[in-house]
Structures are given as structure tokens and as C-alpha cells.
Design a protein around this ligand. Structure first.
Ligand code: SF4
Ligand code: SF4
Length: 297
């Protein structure tokens, strides 16, 4: 049976997801639980419904169409009972206020190919498709099959990964991948387990192996206050990266909040109230990476 993928979002004309202008496909499901995650709607493997209460026009369409009775009216207004919801998406299709949005749609390789080819006129200067997430390499068969057909269409292919997957998933996409965007969050296992919910060993081990292959790697380092923004943590990351081959650049990604996304899917933001990195801290992090001979992009 041909591979199928589960997408939760599509970003067109992306300019920070690899070279050139890109179409980014966000694949659902992630093995990690980073406290600062900017795409919490991509964590769970299954479909989910988000409800943006500020956009609700109180038209009542969702109450009418929902087969589960998950929407209802009370004196204070509209109530959405998440526990009753089976994420069928019918209410999101009926909602004129765009207050409801389904995350998680199964697509065939050919459907995904057509989504990407809509933007092919913009893929100059090495642009193309980026698979992101969630963790795209939890769906390696789909990614590999999609890349294989897009390569025949002369579309560039990039993988944005946390690296916390079986090495075999990398092997599946390596023949077609022009560049990897690879997260390195910390190189110390204790804080990594505490803030990410898993050991960093698998991701770092896969990065070591990947760096012995030919594909260029752009490393992404999130700058998270209280986690890795201190000088020893950044020095350790810089030292680790400086010992690897094929690292073409390091992109530092200062923390920014995503509280409204958490609220929409009925979750508490683990970083609520956290301070943002200051300009001085970002500059200091940049200097540390450059001090190890790394190119900060
Ligand atoms: S259909 Fe949308 S706008 Fe209308 S009541 Fe339901 S959530 Fe609100
Ligand atoms: S997604 Fe389906 S089950 Fe869930 S609230 Fe909407 S209509 Fe009801």
C-alpha cells in the first residue's frame, strides 16, 4: 500500500526553513515534549480540534452539525467539551468565524506532491519543500516516497528534525535530502530529560552519524531561558558542534511564547510567564558559537 502521511499544517513562501523560498509541510506526531514547543498542535499523532474562543461569532453552526454533542450553549455562551470530541472536523468546516480548526489530515504522496508543486515557480535559488513537524521522521516512508517523486520534479528537499528517531529513518530519506535542519537543544542529558522529556543521546548520536555522510546540516539551537541560555551550556553545545563535519551553519532561535496555541488545544503552556532572551544574551550566544569557528546564520 502506498505511504500516506498525516499533515497538520502547510506554510507557503517560507524563507527560514532552508535555502531559498520553500513550502513547509508540518507532519503530525512528536516523540519529545519540549516545554517551549511552538507547535503544540503537532505533538499528538492523532487528529485534534483547536478552538479559538475570541473568534467565535456565536452563530451556533457547530452545535447543529456536531454528531457528538461536543458543542452546546449555556447562559454564559458557547461551551466546547473536548472530551466528547472525536476530531471529525465537521464543525470546523461549518464554522464561518474560523474559530475552529482541525489539525491532522491524512494525505497521499500524490496529494502532497501537488500541494508542493503549486509553488514550484518560486523555488529558485535552491528552494523547494521542507518536511517539519512535529517530527517528520516519525513518518519516514511517507517522507522518502514524497521526496523521491519531488526529486524527479527537480524540487529541492529538506528535513527539519529533532533527530530523536531510529537511525533507519534517516537512512530512508538520505538519498533524496539536500539539507538537514537539525535541532540541538542541549548536550547535557539531565537538563535535556527535565525540559524535553527524553534523553539527548539518541539525537546527538544520530547527528554524529549524519555528519559522516555527505548531506549538509544546518543546526538549530533554541535559546531557552533557564535551560540552555547560560554560558557553560552554550559552550558545551559549541564544543560538540565544532567536532562534527558538514555543519554548514548554526541558527539560534530565541524563545518566543505560543500561549494562544496551547489554549486553543486545551493545554496549559508550560512556559507561561517566562522571560524572553535579551538582545545581549542572543549576542553573547552568537559570540560563543563563532568562538568555536561555527558560522552563525
Ligand atoms: S460555528 Fe464557529 S463561530 Fe459559530 S458558534 Fe461554533 S465556533 Fe462559534
Ligand atoms: S470535530 Fe467533530 S466531534 Fe469534534 S466537536 Fe467538531 S463536529 Fe463534534
Amino acid at each position: 500500500m502506498p505511504a500516506r502521511g498525516v499533515l497538520f499544517d502547510i506554510k507557503r513562501f517560507a524563507v527560514h526553513d532552508g535555502p531559498g523560498v520553500r513550502t513547509t509541510l508540518f507532519l503530525k506526531g512528536c516523540p519529545l515534549r519540549c516545554r517551549w514547543c511552538h507547535n503544540p498542535e503537532g505533538m499528538a499523532a492523532g487528529p485534534e480540534l483547536a478552538y479559538y474562543s475570541q473568534k467565535c461569532r456565536h452563530c451556533g453552526e457547530c452545535v447543529t452539525v456536531c454528531p457528538q454533542g461536543a458543542h452546546r450553549w449555556v447562559d454564559d455562551g458557547h461551551v466546547y467539551e473536548r472530551e466528547q470530541c472525536h476530531a471529525c472536523g465537521q464543525c470546523a468546516a461549518a464554522c464561518l468565524g474560523r474559530a475552529l480548526k482541525g489539525f491532522g489530515r491524512e494525505v497521499s504522496v500524490e496529494e502532497a506532491r501537488q500541494i508542493v508543486l503549486e509553488d514550484r515557480d518560486f523555488y529558485r535559488d535552491g528552494g523547494g519543500v521542507t518536511v517539519s513537524g512535529g517530527e517528520p521522521l516519525l513518518q519516514p516512508g511517507f517522507c522518502a516516497a514524497l521526496f523521491a517523486v519531488l526529486k524527479r520534479d527537480r524540487v529541492g528537499c529538506a528535513v527539519d528534525t529533532s533527530g530523536a528517531v531510529a537511525w533507519e529513518s534517516f537512512e530512508a530519506v538520505l538519498p533524496y535530502t539536500d539539507v538537514f535542519l537539525y535541532d540541538v537543544k542541549h548536550v547535557d542529558d539531565a537538563p535535556h530529560r527535565c525540559w524535553v522529556g527524553a534523553s539527548c543521546e539518541r539525537a546527538l548520536g544520530n547527528l554524529r552519524t549524519l555528519s559522516t555522510r555527505e548531506a549538509p546540516i544546518e543546526v538549530r539551537v533554541p535559546l531557552i531561558p533557564g535551560f540552555n541560555l547560560d554560558e557553560p551550556s552554550l559552550q558545551a553545545i559549541g564544543r560538540f558542534l565544532s567536532g562534527l563535519r558538514n555543519i554548514v551553519g548554526v541558527r539560534l532561535l530565541p524563545y518566543h511564547p505560543s500561549s494562544s496555541k496551547y489554549e486553543a488545544i486545551g493545554k496549559a503552556d508550560p512556559m507561561a510567564g517566562a522571560e524572553l532572551p535579551s538582545a545581549e544574551q542572543v549576542t553573547a550566544a552568537t559570540d560563543i558559537m563563532r568562538g568555536f569557528g561555527l558560522r552563525v546564520t
